[in-house]
Each structure stands twice: as structure tokens, then as C-alpha cells.
Write a protein that binds this ligand. Structure first.
Ligand code: C5P
Length: 422
């Protein structure tokens, strides 16, 4: 077993849920990787596991009470919040997440979480309906916006004989995510946590280019070919990247939604204009092609309005538009280190997405089902599948497009930290 967390000090907050038993295994795994683990158990956690078990596995005392006199004299909650390299919350229950998001501090665990400036990783675990509840999703968005890293939850059978997202990530996955989080932070030049904590900092100093919205391909001065794209997903990604500290250029087709804050917006109409604007905006560290670019345009855009004069219906001959994503991803020089494509599919979503990833040579492909029933195209929610070059597949639950944007940005930051420099 590699000592990949050698010398790291982890403050492990164990929340009160059935997954708390897995937190004991997590202690063991973290120690195997060389970390020192100091456990804190919430009151509810102690219904599932005992402080004694946690302490025995950690090889040091487990903390439980905010007003423990011995504790306060010996170490104190503020020192607990400081004397480590990272805080891991596992399981992060709906209630613990709500307290974190709201800044409430009624007990030792939440006081430490409020007082700490260390990087925080949470491993949510709860009933699928609690996870999907808008309140939990709002809290999750607040926490990721504050720079908290998240691992899981996974899909699968749950203790209540239900199925869906809500199972805590496995201890090995949590340990891996902790390593990734700590490595990403130290590779960003040892940013102090206050700078690096917020997703505000996770893309600090990076440049991000996003395409968004539909294109309009003119038939004549008043008519055009277009599609149903609202631009919501691309705009949400641009907003989240800006909130993460990146310098963002958004190349947008015609949309009716507001410009995201803190983003340079270049407005275009056609696919060819979009390609020109993208090329002018490069170089970038990350390029995200979320636009629904028209695949074809009328071979000829008439200079004057085509008249309906009772004679034959005018013919419409189409020619292919440039593929912006494939053009940029295929560059040998000046290719952004992380190129992200989207695949809006109505049939065989994953199969088509896999083919698209290979054909367009992107590093990450975000696939979604845009068949009419789903209401994704033009709507406010999205269910996405993430495909990596290595074939890895991740499916997220149905989420608001803003939330998808934030999560994608967190993933980009993680991937970029592993990508070879341009
Ligand atoms: O339309 P298609 O399914 O091929 O789109 C897949 C990806 O390619 C998307 O990321 C889209 O933004 C991009 N694309 C592009 N230029 C095109 C067509 C698609 O950049 N002409």
C-alpha cells in the first residue's frame, strides 16, 4: 500500500447515519496511506458507532463535545479546526450539510467546520429523496460555491430498500478524492486555504472559453435556421468558472437570458462567426463547447427577403458548417489542455456520446438526453453523463443547470490539475 497520504493530518468528522460504520473503515484506509486521523463524532453518529471504536482505529482520542472541559483545556475547538491539513466529513448527512451551508454551529463538529480554514471534503450519504430534495441540492450548491469538495454519493441499493443516488462513496474512493484535493491544492502553488478554499480559487489564474446557445443560420434577412437551445447550460458553466476565479470568455449565439456576472461575452449569430470568435479568444486553459451549433446552413443567404409570390416553393439547399469543437480539439498547436464537448442526443445517448468523444478528440464529453419528454433543451434542469477519454463514466442525478455548471467546474479544476501543460 503506497504511503500517498504520508505526513497528512486529517480531521475526520463522522455524521450520524448508517454509513457511519464505513467511516471506521475510512480511518483504517487513511492510516494505511500514511495519514494521521483525528476523529470527531456528532451526537447522532454515536448512535451508530462509538467514540471508543473510532479512537481505537485512529490510535488517538475521538472528540465529541463542544463543552468538554478536559478537551477545551487540552486542545480547544479552534485548535482542532487548525491542527490538520484537511477536514473530511463522512458521512455528511443532509442535516450536517444544512448546518454547514447555513453557518450554524450548535455542536463541536459544526463549530469546527465553521471555524476552519482548511480544505474540506464531504462524502454525502442519505436517503435518495433527501438527496434529491431541492433544499439539499441548494445546500450542496452553496457548499461547492464555498469551495467544499464533494465525493459521491453513489448510485445503488440503500439501507431503506430503495435505489438511487444517496449511498456514501466507498472509503477507498473518499481517500482517493482526498489525495486529489490535496494534490490539486499544492500544485496550485501552495495557495493558502483562504485563497484556495472557495471554488473562487479553484480556477484562479486560469482562462476558460465557453461556447453557448444556438446559432442562427440566415436564409434571407428575416428568416433563419435555428434550434431550441436556451444557452442556460453554457452560461451556467461560464458563471461557475468566473465564480471559481477564472478569466472567462463566453462566445454566445443569440439567447434571451442575461449575461453571467464577471464574464466577457462575445455575441455571434452563425457557426462561422462562432468559430472565428473562438479562434480569436484562444489560448485558453479550458475550452468548453456547450453551444448547439447548427450543423448546416443554407448554401446561400439571400440578400433580399424571399417573396411569397404564388409561384413554386423556394428550394433550400444546405451545406455543412465547420465543426468548432473538432477544429479546436484537433489542433496540433495551441490546443487547450482541457477540451470539453457536449453531446445532445435523443437516442442511444451513451453509445453516440462515446463515438463523439473519439471522433471529436475531446478530453471530456458531457452527454444528455434531449428527447422531447425530458424538457432538457430550453429547460432549466439536466441529467448528464460524463465520459472521460479513459472510458470512465459518471452519471449525475437530475440537477438544475446552475448546479451542473458548478459541478462541472469543480471537475474541470480537478482534471486540469492532472493534465499535462499545454
Ligand atoms: O452537434 P453535435 O452533437 O455534433 O455536438 C457535439 C459537440 O460538438 C458539442 O460540444 C457542440 O458544441 C460541438 N459542435 C461544434 N461545432 C459544430 C457542431 C457541434 O463545436 N458545428
Amino acid at each position: 500500500m503506497s504511503q500517498s497520504l504520508s505526513g497528512r493530518r486529517v480531521l475526520l468528522i463522522i455524521g450520524g447515519g448508517i454509513a457511519a460504520y464505513k467511516a471506521l473503515d475510512l480511518i483504517r484506509r487513511l492510516r494505511e496511506r500514511g495519514a494521521a486521523v483525528r476523529p470527531i463524532l456528532t451526537k447522532a453518529a454515536q448512535e451508530f458507532v462509538t467514540p471508543l471504536a473510532a479512537a481505537a482505529l485512529a490510535g488517538q482520542r475521538a472528540h465529541t463535545d463542544l463543552f468538554d472541559r478536559a478537551d477545551e483545556a487540552e486542545i480547544g475547538h479552534i485548535r482542532l479546526a487548525r491542527d490538520a491539513d484537511a477536514v473530511v466529513v463522512a458521512p455528511a448527512t443532509a442535516d450536517l450539510m444544512a448546518r454547514m451551508a447555513g453557518g450554524h454551529a450548535p455542536d463541536l463538529a459544526s463549530t469546527v467546520l465553521l471555524a476552519t480554514t482548511l480544505p474540506i471534503l464531504i462524502a454525502p450519504a442519505m436517503n435518495v429523496r433527501m438527496w434529491q430534495h431541492p433544499a439539499t441540492q441548494r445546500n450542496l450548491a452553496t457548499l461547492t460555491g464555498d469551495g467544499v469538495s464533494v465525493v459521491g454519493p453513489n448510485d445503488g441499493a440503500m439501507a431503506e430498500a430503495e435505489h438511487g443516488p444517496g449511498r456514501m462513496a466507498e472509503p477507498g474512493e473518499i481517500a482517493d478524492a482526498l489525495e486529489t484535493m490535496l494534490t490539486a491544492r499544492s500544485e496550485r502553488g501552495g495557495l493558502g486555504f483562504l485563497a484556495g478554499r472557495a471554488v473562487k480559487g479553484s480556477l484562479a489564474g486560469k482562462t476558460v472559453l465557453v461556447t453557448s446557445g444556438p446559432t442562427h443560420e440566415p436564409i434571407d434577412p428575416v428568416r433563419y435556421l435555428a434550434n431550441r437551445s436556451s444557452g442556460r447550460q453554457g452560461h451556467a458553466i461560464a458563471a461557475a468558472a468566473a465564480a471559481a476565479g477564472a478569466r472567462v470568455t463566453l462566445v454566445s449565439g443569440p439567447v434571451s437570458i442575461p449575461d453571467p456576472a464577471g464574464v466577457a461575452v462575445i455575441r455571434v449569430e452563425t457557426a462561422r462567426e462562432m468559430l472565428a470568435a473562438v479562434e480569436a479568444a484562444l489560448p485558453a486553459d479550458i475550452a468548453v463547447f456547450a453551444a448547439a451549433v447548427g450543423d448546416w446552413r443554407p448554401a446561400e443567404a439571400r440578400g433580399g427577403k424571399i417573396k411569397k409570390d404564388g409561384s413554386a416553393v423556394p428550394p433550400l439547399t444546405l451545406v455543412e458548417n465547420p465543426d468548432i469543437l473538432a477544429t479546436i480539439a484537433g489542433r496540433t498547436e495551441g490546443r487547450p489542455p482541457l477540451v470539453v464537448g457536449f453531446a445532445a442526443e435523443t437516442d442511444d445517448v451513451l453509445d453516440n456520446a462515446r463515438k463523439k468523444l473519439a471522433k471529436k478528440r475531446c478530453d471530456l464529453l458531457v452527454a444528455n438526453d434531449v428527447s422531447h419528454e425530458g424538457g432538457v433543451m430550453g429547460g432549466v434542469e439536466n441529467t448528464v453523463h460524463l465520459l472521460g477519454r479513459d472510458g470512465a463514466l459518471d452519471t449525475w442525478p437530475r440537477l438544475g443547470k446552475d448546479e451542473v455548471g458548478k459541478r462541472l467546474v469543480a471537475r474541470f479544476a480537478e482534471l486540469l490539475s492532472k493534465a499535462p501543460p499545454a
